[in-house]
Design a protein around this ligand. Sequence first.
Ligand code: GLU
Length: 534
Amino acid sequence: MVSLLDFSVSVEMSRNESRAQPKDLERTPPAASQVGIMAAMKVRTRVAPSPTGDPHVGTAYMALFALCFARHQGGEFILRIEDTDAARSTAESEKIILDSLRWLGLDWDEGPDREGAYGPYRQSERLDIYEKYAKQLLDEGHAFHCFCSAERLNEMRNEQRRKGETARYDGYCTTLAPAEIDARLAAGESHVVRMKVPSDAICVVKDRLRGNIEFEWSQIDMQVLIKADGNPTYHLAVVVDDHLMEISHIIRGEEWINSAPKHILLYEYLGWEMPELIHMPLLRNPDKSKLSKRKNPTSIRYYERMGFLPEAVINYLGMLGWSMPDGEEKFSLDAMISNFDVERISLGAPVFDITKLKWLNGCWLREECSDEEFADRIVDWAFNRDNMLKIIPLIKERVDVFSEVPSMISFFAEGMPDVQESDFANKATSPDEVKKVLQFALWDLERVTNWKREELNQLFVDLAGRLEMKIRDVLAPVFVAISGKPVSPPLFDSMEVLGPDMVRARVRHAVDTLGGISKKQAKKLEKEYRSRLS
Ligand code: GLU
């Protein structure tokens, strides 16, 4: 276990030396001599996605490692929904995340749909808990009310940057007199709650994979804990929840390392024992940038729609960050759990390579699926009753005999349509215009929250209006991008059935077929896109 803080606190911290002892929830931090007892403590890990979009393969990757780590040691794996960003979180996204993780076979012991002793497991249902701890931090002098306006904060940061300093809250509101604070609160003035952070000495973050990482406190911001709308930030909520849910090991992406000092400090302020930290290397695009949907499909649903086997996706994610003791590349989730050893996690930058995943999927299909299973799986995948019942109303009017059906519906099941540059040629629109239309459509499609034909229809009417083009000319290349054919069932109904991931992937594929968009072009297009939005 990580011992708490390795820093001395500066004088301005005025720390209350008597540590918080939340009576109902207290866990006493262990002495070093108790390490043997610690080993017997229950291992509990979690994955904590925010339901703000598509279920990301990075979430599955973290879930896989957290699950293997816990299950290998007979521990528990928890799913927590981090939905304190009320404006961006949706119930639909939460459902898709749960479905996608379940499809991959990453089952959790406790979660929003599987109550346990530490619920609720959705942060939006725990707001009173965060409020209680924010109040405790305020009462004990570890946090303060900050009334600074956005303008003042901007000026302050610009000034700091101009001087070559790290942008960091300057502590202005820590100097307010208690009477002034009370008066401003009573007057209902907009404010946030920030944590105090020392401005000298070093914080040492202990990471199981990376050893000790040192941070200067002067580089760490006085983090907002409670936003002006009363909701907690990730930083407060994650610390409170990981503690109350008795998470013993925090396994998450390396992008959170820089937040660890703030978390360590909050654990210290609240008098809680710090869980062990394991920051996993992030998945990368082939050019080594962070895996992004611009360069790779990142939604788990896309891989499901493309007909990948969940076993192969899990195997691939496992292989990206870890290796079997015997070096075997093809392994099941059960094998990964029973052989799991955190020391075998590799710290290299794992490149998510679809070609390799496809190769692995082929191995699974050929070596692990009997003909019977193959038949069952392919029906389950795309030709199940539910799916067919969505498609049949779209084609029934257009067929006389069954033999006409396969070619008509093939594009519902296929991956990327076989399109050429010439398929997009259009008398009314230049090739560059066509590419622009597709790219603008893609950006619009990425913002759709209610994936229904009416909404999609409206999206294109709006887009044509913004581009001052005829709707017919806007839809022509989209039609080719989606169906790959000169004739197909109605576009918006088809898009609804195909789903957001496949539609976006096909539009992206069309843009690539037309030569793709360079960084320079993207900048120019983004500028025009934004100006046409306003
Ligand atoms: N909600 C955070 C995310 O989606 C969780 C980070 C963590 O695991 O602490 O990345």
